[in-house]
Design a protein around this ligand. Structure first.
Ligand SMILES: [Zn+2]
Ligand SMILES: [Zn+2]
Length: 168
């Protein structure tokens, strides 16, 4: 979604509010599960000195770190960016990749903002048991038939086979 602020440029300290939402299906590879419209206020201070602010929320899907089950994660957006519209004339202003001389690419702005708030680690639940390393079963859905006590025996058998075959 592109919003134009050209009508603000002839006036100083003028604001306009836009209803915006994130429109892409993915954000940094994560499926977007929910993106409610929220209000974004664009202010023209003076010359090319612009500001954009607003608060919203996205829900993105992440795989659980242990069992890979998809998990919905709320990503709060607290946008407050002062930027230079167009070329950088004032070193104190950010030359924002999401902004053109008269417009803002809302998806780029939201992506830029959300990237700083993405979780490092996601679990479907605190005590997620993960997946069985042998058969790949999701252990949250019950124990698999690979008895953990059998593991050392199986490993020993496997090692013996390899040794017997003269591969070690
Ligand atoms: Zn999990
Ligand atoms: Zn198993």
């Amino acid at each position: 979604m592109i919003i134009s602020f050209s009508s603000l440029l002839p006036l100083s300290e003028k604001s306009e509010t836009f209803a915006v939402s994130y429109e892409s299906a993915l954000l940094n590879g994560h499926p977007v599960r929910k993106s409610d419209p929220f209000r974004l206020t664009v202010t023209h201070h003076e010359a090319r000195d612009m500001e954009v602010s607003g608060e919203g929320e996205l829900v993105l899907e992440f795989p659980c770190d242990r069992c890979l089950t998809p998990v919905d994660v709320r990503i709060p957006l607290k946008i407050r960016r002062r930027f230079d519209a167009g070329t950088l004339l004032d070193e104190e202003l950010e030359n924002a990749p999401f902004a053109g001389e008269e417009s803002i690419d809302v998806d780029l702005l939201i992506t830029d903002e959300a990237m700083t708030g993405l979780p490092m680690k996601v679990l479907c639940r605190d005590d997620c048991k993960g997946i069985c390393p042998t058969c790949g079963a999701n252990l949250n859905e019950g124990a698999c038939s690979c008895d953990q006590k059998e593991m050392p025996t199986r490993m020993a058998e496997l090692l013996k086979k390899i040794t017997d075959a003269g591969e070690l």
